[in-house]
Design a protein around this ligand. Structure first.
Ligand code: DAT
Ligand code: MG
Length: 167
């Protein structure tokens, strides 16, 4: 079944110049990239993304990690992959959550590490099921930033909104 999944190349992936390597590994899935961008991750987005883990002991470190405060660089690359079995195909190449337990040829096995604080610095995020993918894609992307109409949309009047344009 065709499905969409969200991938985040986390700040360690960008800091270590691993974006090319990771995209090459992900291209083995033959899935289609239907959205991609570099995002500056603020506190609000980080908390929304990881809200289900807020009671975990590692949560404060996890927020520091995804907002770039651990690496002095708050950029991440977010992508939407689409195709048959996209969620499990990407999870397979990403590898297990714990980089020490991950298959050594997976992305996390090859490039991840465990910090002395105990946090898994595992280079990539990948949605784990259809509901999570839907929630995460709609959190990170606006409808017009994705080339397929994945989810229902509605039109709203945004007259009061200001936006920054090139001077
Ligand atoms: P995944 O990213 O494989 O879906 P998750 O959603 O359970 O795993 O956790 C989100 C991130 O939190 C994970 O990528 C790394 C960190 N993490 C998870 N469990 C951890 C643990 N037991 N100790 C340290 N960091 C952990
Ligand atoms: Mg998860």
């Amino acid at each position: 079944m065709n499905e969409a999944t969200l991938v985040i190349i986390k700040p360690d992936g960008l800091k270590k110049s691993l974006t090319g390597n990771i995209l090459t590994r992900l291209s083995e899935t033959k899935l289609k990239i239907i959205g991609s961008k570099i995002v500056k991750v603020g506190e609000e987005l980080a908390h929304k993304h990881y809200h289900h883990l807020k009671n975990q002991a590692f949560y404060p470190e996890l927020i520091k990690y995804i907002t770039g405060r651990l690496h002095g660089d708050n950029r991440v690359m977010v992508l939407v992959y689409w195709g048959t079995g996209a969620i499990s195909k990407v999870r397979m190449i990403a590898g297990a959550t714990n980089p020490e337990e991950a298959d050594p040829v997976s992305i996390r096995g090859a490039y991840g590490r465990i910090l002395t604080t105990g946090l898994y610095e595992n280079v990539v995020h990948a949605s784990s099921d259809v509901e999570e993918a839907s929630r995460e894609i709609r959190l990170w992307f606006e409808p017009e930033e994705i080339v397929y109409e994945l989810y229902p949309t509605k039109e709203v009047k945004a007259e009061q909104k200001t936006k920054r344009v090139w001077e």
